[in-house]
Design a protein around this ligand. Structure first.
Ligand code: HEM
Length: 124
């Protein structure tokens, strides 16, 4: 049987390490860091968002996790995220996948899934 995307991302520990590093990248990315820096003052909220991100990507890639966070429209409502900010976030995701030596097909799969969410996240 073909390995699930979840397995190709390294399962639970792999996804958790990716989420940590993507958030780190967002905090350093001048296009979007202002959106994330306030969370350094709210460690509990950051931990919840990270746990939700792990479950979101876990469940979305074929893992056993259940996502209990808000819908993408709900989570990003009122932020008025621009297309440029969305692209900046995608850049961080793709660079992190490469840094973790995730194979090319898995990177393409993540790109497709993430890109398909654009209308639910931009300008909400
Ligand atoms: C592929 C793109 C994206 C995905 C899959 C995604 C996914 C998520 C998920 C699953 C959550 C947690 C929701 C919850 O805890 O209920 C979240 C929260 C958040 N997202 Fe995104 N997101 C994306 C893009 C963006 C972009 C481009 C920005 C801003 C530039 C952004 C800013 C945030 C912020 C600030 C939160 C925390 C919300 C809060 O708890 O107050 N996201 N996102």
């Amino acid at each position: 049987m073909e390995r699930s995307l979840y397995d190709r991302l390294g399962g639970k520990p792999g996804v958790a390490a990716l989420v940590d590093d993507v958030i780190e990248a967002h905090l350093k990315n001048p296009v979007i860091q202002a959106r994330f820096l306030p969370y350094l003052e709210m460690p509990e909220r950051l931990a919840t968002a990270k746990a939700h991100l792990c479950d979101f990507f876990g469940a979305g890639s074929g893992g056993p996790e259940t996502y209990t966070g808000r819908s993408m429209v709900e989570a990003h409502r009122g932020m008025n995220i621009s297309a440029a900010e969305y692209l900046a976030a995608m850049d961080d995701i793709m660079a992190t996948l490469e840094a973790h030596d995730i194979d090319e097909q898995a990177r393409k799969d993540v790109l497709m899934i993430s890109f398909s969410l654009k209308p639910e996240i931009v300008r909400q």
